[in-house]
Design a protein around this ligand. Structure first.
Ligand code: NAD
Length: 332
């Protein structure tokens, strides 16, 4: 029989890709989000625009014929959103409420399986002070000391999901994503993350120009292309491993080197100016020992391939936007 999935956060970046993947696999899919997917990346059979902080709405969308829930909705953004402090209350309140509502309704409706997207931001800051040697193995989560309220909420919610398996028998699967990027993601507006922001800056600057990079540029990260992330979600869901488990790339790179990679792809000659800005931890990299052991799989695509795909997509978006703006101007 055809399986039915509910994707919470289907209007978002990873949620949109996940909807498409589930459709390819033959699922019937209901998507729910505050907004429709802005890049039309939503092939859901049914899409409900609604607020998951509202328990009434959650009771409507979590119907008892749903086989699997994928909970990706969260109030989130890149460093410019998470680390300024201005959005802390909203981040904690909104995302916790979504998770509380969805889980409670899943219990009431007897839903069998639920996926939750946590984040590498829950790892303790004290293990990520050395940019060349960060520690992010799953068992290094405690004593907890995330560097943002976003990370604290993720840690709380991970634990919340695990309690619903322990006390109510719902099968949960928890993944800790490490910097997911790719086409159809937010690339402007303040909530975009580093890879998209760097691609946009490089795409917009003329040959011979300069781009600004937050921090000294020596901070390190690893970035995972969204297609492999979705692959990991599905593999985890099909496995009998509850998690939490890292879904990330082990190809660590400094932000300045990442910017140089994008500049190389653009074919332009651009210089980098490091300026003050919110950066988060000094170093972070996925540790894929556990995922390899439990799923006999780990992401493997070289970073550069995903960056090329993303850069070209952002160039396309900029061109489309500029065409639209010049049309509007000529009509006016
Ligand atoms: P995204 O912002 O594109 O998607 C999140 C979606 O949730 C958005 O479309 C938003 O409208 C929706 N949402 C927020 N509040 C809502 C509400 N009250 N009701 C209904 N919908 C609501 O982000 P994403 O990059 O696709 O991330 C998906 C999940 O993965 C999030 O939980 C995020 O915390 C987690 N994650 C992402 C990354 C990453 O690098 N992208 C890394 C770690 C964890």
């Amino acid at each position: 029989m055809q399986k039915k999935a509910l994707v919470c956060g289907a209007g978002g970046f990873i949620g949109g890709h996940l909807v498409n993947r589930l459709k390819e696999e033959g699922y019937w899919v209901r998507g729910v989000d505050l907004k429709e997917n802005e890049y039309g990346n939503g092939n859901a059979d049914e899409f409900i625009v609604g607020d998951l902080r509202d328990a009434g709405l959650v009771s409507e969308v979590v119907s008892d014929d749903i086989d699997e829930i994928y909970q990706l909705a969260a109030d989130m953004g890149g460093a410019g959103f998470v680390f300024t402090g201005e959005n802390d209350a909203a981040i904690m309140h909104n995302s916790a409420l979504i998770n509380l509502n969805v889980l409670e309704e899943a219990k009431k409706k007897g839903i069998k399986k639920i996926f939750y997207s946590s984040s590498a931001c829950m790892y303790p800051e004290y293990n990520q002070l050395d940019p060349d040697n960060p520690k992010c193995s799953e068992d290094s989560a405690y004593p907890a000391a995330p560097d943002s309220e976003y990370g604290w909420e993720k840690l709380f919610s991970e634990r919340l999901y695990l309690t619903y398996q322990r006390n109510h028998g719902i099968e949960v699967r928890v993944a800790r994503f490490h910097n997911i990027f790719g086409p159809l993601g937010t690339w402007e507006g303040g909530r975009e993350k580093a890879p998209a922001a760097v691609c946009r800056k490089v795409a917009l600057v003329p040959d011979g120009g300069e781009i600004e990079i937050w921090g000294d540029g020596k901070q390190t990260r690893s970035f995972l292309i969204v297609h492999e992330c979705v692959d990991g979600i599905r593999r985890l869901m099909e496995s009998d491993f509850m998690g939490p488990v890292n879904i990330g790339s082990e190809e660590m790179i400094s932000i300045n080197d990442f910017a140089k990679m994008v500049i190389g792809i653009s074919g332009k000659s651009i210089s980098i100016k490091n300026i003050k800005g919110p950066t988060g931890v000094r170093g972070r990299n996925s540790d894929n020992t556990l995922i390899k052991e439990k799923l006999s799989w780990a992401p493997s695509q070289p970073l550069k391939i995903g960056v090329e795909e993303t850069y070209n997509w952002i160039v396309d978006q900029i061109e489309k936007k500029q065409k639209l703006e010049s049309k509007t101007l000529s009509v006016a």
